[in-house]
Design a protein around this ligand. Structure first.
Ligand SMILES: Nc1nc2c(ncn2[C@@H]2O[C@H](COP(=O)(O)OP(=O)(O)OP(=O)(O)O)[C@@H](O)[C@H]2O)c(=O)[nH]1
Ligand SMILES: [Mg+2]
Length: 350
């Protein structure tokens, strides 16, 4: 079978299934990697529990799936970032516009220290535009320069060089005072996995030299790229942090694709996402799955998933809903903003 490296999580799940059949001892971190039979039993248990109490009042901070993904290459990357910091003049922190707080790695902020910094709010095409504006204002109030970016279309890229020059104005003035005109600028690009660091570098330098894929953990080492004769960019691997203090942070990162899908229970993750969508109903979600309000109100998420599977004709033998397939589809469609341009968190003062 052809190895489907790109595309949705379906391809990855297939690869995972093939791999796990042969090398199950290599995936011991996957505590949620249960057999289908076991899953069905547990889903049955959930059904009893959940239908006893409607879930539409549950907030995302309750019942979160335990998620932890901090492989060895992230520890090595942190060390590499620390040692390469002395080579750069500024740091561009790429965050996900759908998750402007949760997609900021607290460890990176500590590592970067006082280096001049700008924030690139990427994937704006997938986020709610009104929320994005509020977040830009929020960062401005924190004294941080934030730029809206969409590396798919290239929107917002024009503001990058100006912003870098702005945060380095004092340094540039000092160089110029010493007769060093057009001194080259070096910028390190950092951020969580899959946020679009390499895409940004390719887009802005008009090349395809940085490896890009629709999965987290693609870039594995620091690599320099030249933007023009005066600016060099350092691509780095995505880094998460060893433990999410608030498990809903890990879950939100998982919704957006920053966590390796294979370490999670995809079905449970999609149920949690449906819970969120039930509590924060938007018309695109309803329309996409041909749902009306009455079908989602007070409905347990697993029942909603079954309903969605049936509406999409995803059935297994006996006419039952293929919830496993539907779960993958719900996550894929959310990640591609087919369920609406949804920002999962807003600044506190909103
Ligand atoms: N819709 C949308 N997709 C984007 C955007 N930027 C990047 N992507 C997609 O996001 C996925 C990940 O992009 P990468 O550039 O590989 O992300 P990365 O941060 O370098 O990831 P790692 O190297 O794994 O840490 C790819 O499928 C990109 O096409 C954007 O602005 N909008
Ligand atoms: Mg990359």
């Amino acid at each position: 079978m052809k190895d489907n490296k790109k595309g949705g999580i379906k391809g990855k799940r297939q690869r995972f299934a093939e791999k796990s059949g042969k090398q199950s001892k290599n995936i011991t971190r996957n505590t949620n990697n249960r057999s289908t039979k076991e899953k069905q039993k547990n889903v049955g248990e959930k059904r009893v529990k959940r239908s006893a109490k409607p879930q539409n009042t549950v907030s995302l901070s309750d019942n979160a799936q335990y998620i932890q993904w901090f492989p060895g290459h992230m520890t090595r990357t942190k060390r590499q970032i620390q040692s390469d910091l002395k080579l750069v003049d500024a740091v561009a922190e790429i965050i996900d516009a759908r998750l402007p707080l949760s997609s900021r790695n607290p460890d990176l902020a500590e590592l970067i220290g006082g280096k001049p910094r700008i924030i690139l709010m990427n994937k704006c095409d997938l986020a709610d535009p009104k929320a994005t504006k509020k977040w830009v204002e929020y960062f401005k109030r924190q004294g941080l320069k934030a730029i809206e970016l969409d590396c798919k279309s290239g929107r917002g890229l024009g503001g990058f060089v100006t912003a870098v020059r702005e945060v380095l104005a004092d340094k540039i003035a000092a160089w110029e005072a010493r007769g060093m005109k057009n001194h080259s600028l070096r910028v390190m690009i950092v951020g969580i996995p899959n946020v679009g660091k390499s895409s940004f570098i390719n887009r802005i330098s008009n090349s395809s030299k940085a490896k890009v894929e629709d999965r987290p953990g693609v870039t594995r080492g620091n690599q320099w790229f030249t933007l023009d004769k005066n600016i060099e960019l350092l691509d780095t691997p995505g880094v998460l942090w060893p433990k999410f203090d608030d498990q809903s942070v890990g879950e939100k990162l998982a919704f957006t694709g920053a966590v390796k899908d294979q370490i999670m229970d995809t079905e449970q993750l999609s149920l949690r996402l449906l819970e969120y969508l039930q509590e924060n109903v938007n018309p695109v979600f309803l329309e996409r799955f041909s749902l009306d309000q009455s079908e989602i109100e007070g409905t347990a998420p697993h029942e909603l998933l079954e309903l969605i599977a049936k509406k999409r004709g995803m059935l297994i033998s006996g006419g039952n809903a293929d919830t496993e397939r539907a779960a993958v589809m719900v996550l894929d469609e959310f990640r591609a903003a087919k369920l609406g341009r949804i920002t999962l968190e807003l600044p506190e003062e909103c």
